[in-house]
Design a protein around this ligand. Structure first.
Ligand SMILES: NC(=O)c1ccc[n+]([C@@H]2O[C@H](COP(=O)([O-])OP(=O)(O)OC[C@H]3O[C@@H](n4cnc5c(N)ncnc54)[C@H](O)[C@@H]3O)[C@@H](O)[C@H]2O)c1
Length: 353
């Protein structure tokens, strides 16, 4: 009998909750071990120190496919408990995965054999997309694209930073789906700006292409990534002590590191990022950005040397340990969120717009 979509989309990915697992003793024990375990412990200590430094603005950087993989609630908790002041991400994490779930859709666990790729033809026929061992209903993804178009259609037709556009997405979720936890919604409520410098390279791109096509020669919404860079640089100038918590590499890593140089270009002698932690599976051999060390970033004048740590590991394993350690050490209880969105626009502007 031919298989149907529901035969594949049965078990949902569930998001792990750091609040439910006190990993502090485990991470502390790793300090007495070797290799990646000791690096992970040091990274967790630096992340905790960054949270306790009240002057420090914390920038969370996301690449890869993290949100669909069960890590969403960790990012929500970091934002909710004032441990993140800005997010720099790929569009995939923010739109295809987080906003998508914010609309009520889910990601699904693929059976082991699907990882072999032998059923990808069947998946295509059924409009199911695969991310390694995770499945997505492409019809639902199309609904996500359409929602982006709807949001664009309703806005004043002009260029936007991705930060401005994503706040509108947060305002949309706050009105239509206020009970579904997510990064876009939580960041909107906590005045944490989200930047996606390559915003069109995801579901948002399809919605914006459709919007621009429908508008023809009329004025239209467009994305201005230089405005993103200018806005993020303004935050560095206004709050010179900063730290980076980076999952994966890619555009978010470089974009967030580069604001030190951009501030210098604008005539401000700001310090390098004081704290930096990166979790990545890439290594240094190819000379590419994703695996380049934070020591190397120091040679470019971007990251200070004292509190930096690379962890070579996969984020679904490493992040619950680092974030869980910082959460249960409770340094965040003495930290107020910096509400950086308010430095860039009056509070509530998106909802009123
Ligand atoms: N990932 C997707 O499923 C997807 C979907 C739609 C669009 N896109 C777009 O593709 C573009 C490139 O995305 P990217 O920069 O994330 O590229 P990428 O997925 O290649 O990730 C960049 C690097 O981050 C590291 N990394 C990724 N996942 C990791 C993990 N789980 N643990 C540790 N390290 C990890 C790896 O070193 C990798 O080389 C973006 O514009 C994005 O919006 C991606």
């Amino acid at each position: 009998m031919p298989q149907k979509k529901k035969d594949f989309l049965k078990r949902t990915v569930e998001h792990v909750e750091i609040t439910k697992h006190n990993v502090v003793p485990l991470v502390e024990a790793m300090a007495q071990m070797s290799y990646s375990a000791r690096d992970l412990h040091r990274a967790a200590e630096i992340a905790d120190r960054m949270v306790r430094d009240k002057e420090c603005g914390i920038i969370l950087c996301l690449a890869g496919s993290l949100v669909n993989a069960g890590l969403k609630k960790i990012f929500v908790d970091l934002i909710r408990h004032n441990m993140v002041d800005a997010v720099v991400s790929t569009g995939a994490n923010i739109v295809d995965q987080d906003f998508f779930e914010g609309l009520g859709f889910r990601h699904y666990i693929a059976d082991e054999r699907l990882k072999l790729g032998v059923d990808d033809g069947t998946l295509r026929e059924l409009n199911i997309d695969r991310i390694y061992d995770t499945l997505i209903d492409e019809d639902e993804l199309r609904a996500c694209d359409d929602t982006i178009q709807k949001i664009a259609d309703k806005l004043e037709h002009r260029p936007y930073s991705s930060r401005e556009f994503i706040r509108e997405m947060g305002a949309y979720l706050d009105q239509k789906h206020p009970k579904i936890d997510g990064i876009v919604l939580e960041a909107y409520r906590k005045d944490v700006p989200i930047f996606c410098p390559a915003f069109s390279d995801c579901s948002a791109g399809f919605g914006l292409v459709a919007h621009q096509h429908a508008r023809g020669d009329e004025p239209k919404v467009s994305l201005d990534s230089a405005k993103d860079f200018y806005e993020l640089t303004q935050l560095k100038i206004k709050n010179p002590v900063t730290g980076l918590f980076m999952l994966g590499g890619g555009v978010p890593k470089n974009f967030a590191q580069d604001i030190v140089v951009a501030a210098d270009v604008l005539g401000h002698d700001v310090a390098m990022h004081k704290y930096a932690v990166q979790v990545t599976v890439a290594d240094v051999r190819d000379g590419a950005l994703s695996g380049s060390t934070l020591k190397e970033a120091h040679s470019w004048g971007k990251v200070d040397q004292t509190y930096e740590q690379m962890v070579y590991g996969e984020a679904t394993v490493v992040l619950p340990l680092i974030a869980g350690y910082v959460y249960h050490k409770e340094g965040w209880k003495k930290r107020a969120g910096k509400k950086w969105s308010r430095l860039l626009e009056p509070a509530g502007a998106a909802a009123r717009g």
